[in-house]
Design a protein around this ligand. Structure first.
Ligand code: NDP
Ligand code: MG
Length: 388
């Protein structure tokens, strides 16, 4: 393996972010070398990726997938491992320079902690990791001198606006939100929303879970929590505005009244390039942004009556402790139930609120407390679903 290429571990290489990252890697094979890739159950795609990229290690979570890969892959070139524990160990390999966490859900927490403990820089797409254990992640990153490079487009925008700036000169962060597919739908009609309608995001093509989160605005609530931990500003200094065109990816207002924004077409390749290339920008073919073609860029206040998850995110953040971990776990179970057509769109809001009322709360949690709050909340929310 070449010494001067960046060696990457990509957790969740078969997902929406993972495959876009692999496309960047294949277009810049002079810059990057894949060292570890992982999937949950999609062994067919993982196999294709192993054949194409020849990483040193591949990890899958299912026994079936493990057997499938073991039979077909040349083990001299690529080792095959089973499960998240193996993945958590592999991310610590000396050869790895950067770990892209692109798995979905709180399952990203443990391998991310493992990578930070081994002083690996993190390109973070998996926002749930910060929603669940932001305090733990950021303090460990700080003490280990590890960089957390945001991949989420809004946070990448803010991160880029902050280059060369002093964080104490920031007055306010403004996160933009597309508003999702139901931006203009009345609350009365929410009861009729189907899974396929919720999966049709107007601007972005993403994995199912984040697409549903975008339709309820839970995603923006999570991004508020993500921004709080990444940039260390009080939630009172983080605003959310609706911007349906998704061209302005977020803004930073400074104490002298100056405001910086980062703009671009809605394309995750741009923040992926920035995080993988940091501190350099990667020379990459692109379609120039034409503000004339964009025509009207519009901005307005979010409607917290129709999208109550936003307010829940603010209040959980204020409460601290395990509150945002519980919020995430309840939401993961509710979204899964909606995707499996077990509950209605409106019931997702109700379930998350009810779970927050019923779940345990721990102040100053450690990793075990987070994991316990996560698994207990999953049980509580699942029980609530069975009673609906
Ligand atoms: P996808 O559902 O498309 O992909 C998820 C990836 O994680 C897949 O590789 C999947 O494997 C793997 N995975 C799923 N469940 C598990 C599990 N239990 N254990 C281990 N691996 C698992 O998600 P996205 O790529 O859309 O999103 C990934 C993360 O990035 C999320 O946290 C999301 O919020 C964030 N993000 C995504 C954006 C996007 O544009 N997609 C934008 C900004 C942030 P398999 O294929 O085998 O199921
Ligand atoms: Mg985002």
């Amino acid at each position: 393996m070449s010494k001067n290429k960046k060696h990457l571990a990509i957790l969740g290489s078969t997902g929406s972010i993972g495959t876009q990252a692999l496309s960047v890697v294949s277009q810049h094979s002079d810059l990057f070398q894949l060292f570890v890739i992982s999937a949950n159950s999609n062994h067919e795609l993982l196999y294709q990726q192993v054949k194409k990229f020849r990483p040193k290690h591949a990890v899958i979570n299912t026994k079936v997938g493990y057997e499938f890969l073991k039979k077909r892959v040349s083990l001299k070139e690529t080792t095959i491992s089973l499960g998240m524990e193996a993945l958590s160990q592999l991310v610590q390999c000396d050869e790895i320079d950067l770990v892209l966490t692109a798995v979905v859900g709180s399952v990203g927490l443990v391998p991310t902690i493992s990578a930070i403990s081994a002083n690996k820089n993190i390109a973070l797409a998996n926002k749930e990791t910060l929603v669940v254990g932001g305090e733990l992640i950021m303090s460990l990153a700080k003490s280990n001198g590890v960089k957390i490079l945001p991949v989420d487009s809004e946070h990448s925008a803010i991160f880029q606006c902050l280059v060369g700036e002093n964080i104490n000169s920031v007055n306010r962060l403004v996160l933009t939100a597309s508003g999702g597919p139901f931006l203009n739908l009345s609350k009365e009609n929410f009861k009729n929303i189907t899974v396929s309608q919720a999966l049709k995001h107007p601007n972005w093509s993403m994995g199912n879970k984040i697409t549903i989160d975008s339709s309820t605005l839970m995603n923006k609530g999570f991004e508020l929590i993500e921004a709080f931990w990444l940039f260390g500003l009080s939630e009172k200094k983080i605003d959310i505005i609706i911007h349906p065109e998704s061209i302005v990816h977020s803004l930073v207002e400074f104490v002298d009244g100056s405001t910086k924004a980062q703009l671009g077409w809605p394309d995750m390749t741009i923040p992926i390039l920035y995080a993988l290339g940091f501190p350099d920008r990667i020379n990459h073919p692109f379609k120039p942004l034409s503000l004339i073609d964009c025509q009207n860029l519009t901005f307005f206040k979010p409607d917290e009556f129709r999208f109550p998850h936003l307010q829940l995110a603010y209040s959980c953040l204020e409460k601290g402790g395990t509150a945002t971990c519980v919020l995430n776990a309840a939401n993961e179970i509710a979204v899964e139930a909606f995707l499996n057509k077990k509950i209605s769109f409106l019931n997702m809001f109700k379930l998350v609120e009810m779970s927050l009322e019923k779940s345990i709360f721990v102040n100053n949690p450690n990793l075990e407390d987070y994991l316990y709050a996560d698994s207990e909340t999953r049980k509580i929310t699942s029980e609530l679903i069975s009673k609906i």
